[in-house]
Design a protein around this ligand. Structure first.
Ligand code: ZN
Ligand code: ZN
Length: 1005
């Protein structure tokens, strides 16, 4: 038996909407009654399961408002789909490993690089520190979720560093291994000298990683073998690559020129002669001959630094093409000199060209990208520091032409901002290029909601490069591949069980699937009996989180929940999680299918001025700090309402508190207004079912509008058009309910006459239904306010309803209440009324001043509709009578008329006001001031006053208003209204007010 939830309805609604207090109360209510946990129990009794896997936030930073935006989108969907009757495993998950965490710990420990880390700190201690950092951030994230009202299950969270997760991640790799998709290879990879690891091509492409840097712009020349004065002219911005140069390349189809400069002949692309000579400031030159690129192929050249780098000489003996010109189509003759030098150890295209011809790759670098002793006299120099020494050495050897500085965009490390270096290294690759067809097919089946992010994602996937997944770091999932020291035989392991079965050593007690423990395990080689050791790599952290659809679940859960229904993450995850999830899942299943059916890429969040939020600008809005003083509901509403989910959002604190507060406060006050009136008449919703046959026209209109709102709102949520969806609800609350419907029925509630009780009860049942429906629809967006209204209004009136709004059923449109004709009538009505207002404004006639007559000039269709709602039309226009004509007559145009026109519609309003109209106008002005005072003094709208007294109104106004006092009494809900010449007439508590610039005094009691 479950405990009965303790209702909080007794606390009632305070006169003001005070979201911070209310949210604290509701948060306590949820926690005390385990409201979220109870939703979890609904798995066995639901209309369907919608899988979900959390995109794990990296625990290396404080949650900020950009994170909050994405988490709210997930929570909106969770609460909404739950109300629709689905079960979603909305369980948390945390990304714990990887470079960002390592770098932070290095900083904390005060070590400068990996070598120092390993020597001074040691891996065991380092890993302990990494875990501590992760746990520290975790507390911040859980608190942010709690304040924001994110109903994610923290108890079921997955942690990417835990053994059970890593073990299942290994399963992916084993599958890749079995399909020959995981392999070791020498490839040119982007390498960060700061982090001392390679990066994947996805990481290189991260937004913001290209930065403007300054590099040398060097023209140099290599002497053609067998000639004393012929040189190849070449250009580079990376002089250090001349150390690893092994070939030159020309475009075989292009025309090359031999250019005479002083006593030398320089060879370059024909079309580049003029621009290059101009750049070099050489005016005295002559093209003496032209050749086809093909003619140059096979020419040898003198490598100028041979004396410094003896290894370069040995390379010449290893392959005939070393220091030879080859022909390559990729050589661009539209820039530089059209002759390029190839360093297969430092360039991707260079590397592939060398591979094609079997030319050895010369890459004499250590882990810090310093030259090794193979680089001769350059040994020990950091690659990029060798740029100018190389220039100097070329100058000494008549190989130098000119050097300048150039600024250009160059990729830097997304973490440490070091300039990346391209290096040939031994790495492990997932050969995703071989399954690109399947990946693209899988991507086509996914719903992205918006075209632009989809195109971006698919274009990226089409690149289809092999994925370098090995990292030379410590805090990561170990690569589960063991290699034999003697014969090179390799073995991949897919579980802890397999590890135990293969291990020569006994697995110790405190063992975990991390370095250094896992490195201590050796196998015996099947083939030669030698010792097998683990390949000393950890995995790209994106591989780690990308394994989550399989690794975070049990087998049983995996079958139930994957492929998941819907995911959403930032647009920056195009190359990150969205990509790794897809690639790994295609490898795991071998099928052209993704692990998710839909993926919404959200826009990122910026500051109010549209700048990126960053520590250095000091403009980061931290979620927890924000929510100490600001309401979670307002924040949620604002973030959903402000812009489309895929737009970049400029987060503005001023805006947050303005419009959002107005909307939620209106819903709050409408609910309070309803509750007070309904309780006054002892209304019981259980008895008062909506009697559709006994409705007035405004009721039919309201109910029909509500059906449209339910259908369109739900449809927009389904398409992730959150801002447009919330705008519909906002419009319904502010315009339809508050500005239009309630004023139409308010007067009917201002009486306690038993004769009209039946009508009042009908109004209560309409308001009950409409407001409660809106509250249900709002619940996913502003769950605190909606739970409060559920408890304090609806459960108070009917204790039988669900214990929490989250257990309620999502509203469905009711066809019987839809009435397009009435909606059209009212649309027309409001259009004409707004013309009346425009005309009044033109003549400076306040809306509350009654006028005698107006003329509507409109097509018959319009006037027929207006006549059907004439009493409301006259009431809203505040005019005694209306005439309807189809063509404008001459005689109404005159001095005492004012008109407004829109298209084929026009209205003419008589500006003449006789005494009775003036009197009524004064009465209404007075009534407004009395209403304001009532509110100020804290009277309920339902309270009936004994008396209202007004003193010191001028004589003329007193005379005019005299005959309207009974009407006014009804308007302000008082037994009687009396006018007094002076305040002295009555000893009372007088309140000062102002009417048309004159002072008057009011007393109510
Ligand atoms: Zn780096
Ligand atoms: Zn072996």
């Amino acid at each position: 038996m479950t405990d009965k939830i303790e209702a909080d309805s007794e606390l009632g609604l305070t006169p003001d909407y005070r979201p911070l207090e209310l949210e604290k109360e509701i948060r306590d209510f949820w926690e005390r009654n385990q409201v979220r946990a109870k939703l979890e129990e609904r798995e066995t009794n639901c209309k369907g399961i919608l899988g979900f896997v959390e995109g794990p936030p990296t625990l290396n930073g404080i949650p900020h408002i950009g994170h909050a935006r994405g988490r709210v989108m997930k929570d909106v969907r969770y609460r909404w789909k739950t109300m629709q009757g689905y079960y979603i495993p909305f369980w948390a998950g945390w990304d714990c490993q990887g470079l960002p965490v390592e770098l932070e710990v290095e900083k904390l420990l005060g070590v400068k690089n990996k070598r120092e880390l390993l020597e001074r700190v040691g891996q065991e201690r380092f890993i302990e520190e990494c875990k501590k950092v992760v746990m520290r951030y975790h507390r911040e994230w859980v608190e942010a979720d709690r304040r924001l009202g994110i109903f994610i299950n923290q108890d079921k969270a997955y942690w990417t560093y835990r053994d059970e997760y890593i073990e299942r991640e290994w399963r992916y790799l084993k599958r890749a291994w079995e399909q020959n998709l995981l392999e070791e290879g020498h490839y040119v990879v982007a390498y960060c000298p700061g982090c001392q690891t390679s990066l994947s091509s996805a990481e290189v492409g991260y937004e913001g990683s290209y930065k403007e840097v300054e590099d040398p712009s060097l023209y140099f020349k290599f002497k053609k073998a067998g000639s004393e004065k012929e040189f190849f002219l070449i250009w580079t911005t990376m002089p250090f690559t001349i150390v690893t140069d092994t070939m030159l390349a020309v475009n075989p189809e292009a025309e090359y020129a031999s250019v005479k400069v002083d006593s030398e002949i320089w060879i370059m692309a024909r079309q580049r002669v003029e621009p290059v000579m101009k750049e070099l400031n050489i005016t005295d030159y002559e093209v003496v001959r032209t050749n086809s690129g093909k003619d140059l192929v096979g020419s040898k050249y003198h490598y100028p630094l041979m004396d410094m780098i003896p290894e370069q000489g040995r390379l010449e003996t290893r392959h005939p093409l070393v220091h030879t010109v080859i022909g390559e189509d990729f050589v661009d003759i539209n820039t530089a000199t059209g002759v390029v030098h190839l360093s297969p150890g430092n360039g991707e295209e260079d590397f592939w060209a060398a591979q094609k011809h079997g030319v050895p790759v010369f890459a004499p670098f250590d882990d810090e990208v310093k030259f090794t002793k193979d680089a001769g006299l350059f040994s020990g120099i950091f690659a990029r520091d060798a740029d100018y020494p190389v220039v100097e050495e070329l100058r000494n050897r008549n190989a130098f032409v000119e050097v300048k500085k150039t600024k250009h965009e160059y990729p830097t490390c997304w973490r440490s901002h070091h300039k990346l270096v391209w290096l040939a290294r031994k790495e492990y690759f997932l050969r995703t290029d071989r399954i690109n067809d399947k990946v693209l097919k899988a991507a086509e089946k996914i719903e992205y909601f918006f075209e632009e992010p989809k195109n971006r994602f698919v274009a990226f996937l089409k690149e289809g490069k092999p994925w370098c997944i090995s990292r030379e770091r410590v805090w990561g999932t170990p690569l589960p591949v063991w290699a034999c020291e003697s014969c090179g035989q390799k073995k991949a392991v897919g579980s802890k069980q397999e590890l135990v079965e293969n291990a020569v050593e006994k697995i110790p007690e405190n063992f975990e699937l991390h370095k250094p423990w896992v490195d201590r395990i050796t196998f015996k080689c099947d083939k030669c009996g030698g010792v097998m050791r683990r390949e000393d790599y950890v995995l790209d952290t994106w591989h780690n989180s990308g394994a989550s659809p399989y690794a975070r679940f049990t087998e049983d859960e995996f079958r139930k929940f994957v492929p998941v229904d819907f995911l959403t993450e930032g647009i920056d995850q195009t190359r990150g999680w969205a990509n790794s999830l897809l690639l790994e899942y295609v490898i795991l299943t071998g099928k052209p299918e993704g692990p998710y059916h839909a993926f919404l890429f959200q826009g990122l969040t910026q500051d109010a001025r549209g700048r990126k939020m960053s520590k250095s600008l000091g403009n980061v809005v931290e979620t927890n700090k924000l929510l100490e003083k600001n309401s979670a509901d307002l924040c949620r509403f604002y973030m959903m309402r402000k812009c489309s989910a895929i737009d970049f959002m400029n987060f503005d604190m001023q805006e947050l508190n303005r419009r959002s507060y107005q909307v939620l406060s209106t819903l709050y006050h409408l609910s309070r207004f309803f509750l007070q009136n309904a309780e006054f008449d002892d209304f019981k919703p259980s008895k008062g079912a909506l009697a559709l046959d006994r409705l007035e026209r405004p009721d039919r209109w309201l109910l029909s509008k509500l059906q449209t709102t339910i259908a369109e709102y739900t449809g927009k949520l389904e398409r992730c058009e959150f801002n447009a969806a919330v705008a519909l609800l906002e419009d319904f609350v502010i315009e339809t309910l508050s500005r239009l419907y309630v004023p139409m029925i308010r007067k009917e509630l201002w009486t306690d006459d038993p004769a009209s009780l039946a009508r009042r009860e009908r109004i209560y049942s309409i308001l009950h239904y409409a407001l409660r429906t809106v509250t249900l629809l709002f619940n996913p967006v502003t769950p605190y306010l909606c739970e409060a209204l559920h408890q304090k209004v609806y459960k108070r009136l009917d204790p039988e309803i669900s214990d929490s709004i989250n257990a309620e059923t999502w509203p469905e449109p009711n066809e019987k209440m839809s009435n397009k004709t009435v909606e059209e009538e009212f649309d027309t009505l409001f259009k004409v009324v707004s013309l009346v207002y425009a005309a009044r404004q033109e003549a400076k006639l306040k809306r509350r001043w009654p006028l005698r007559t107006l003329v509507v000039v409109a097509p018959e269709k319009v006037t027929t509709m207006l006549k059907k709602v004439e009493p409301i039309f006259l009431e809203l226009s505040n005019v005694k009578e209306a005439q309807y004509i189809h063509e404008s007559p001459e005689d109404t145009a005159g001095e005492n008329w004012v008109s407004a026109i829109e298209g084929e519609l026009s209205v003419k309003v008589s500006t003449q006001r006789d005494e009775s109209l003036l009197g009524e106008g004064i009465m209404r002005d007075l009534a407004r001031r009395v209403q304001a005072l009532r509110k100020e003094l804290g009277y309920m709208p339902t309270d009936i006053l004994d008396g209202v007294h007004i003193a010191e109104l001028d004589e003329e106004s007193t005379r005019l208003a005299e005959s309207y006092l009974d009407e006014m009494a009804a308007l302000v809900r008082a037994q009687k209204v009396k006018l007094h010449k002076s305040r002295e007439d009555l000893k009372a508590d007088w309140h000062e007010a102002e009417l048309d610039g004159k002072r008057i005094y009011i007393n109510v009691h």
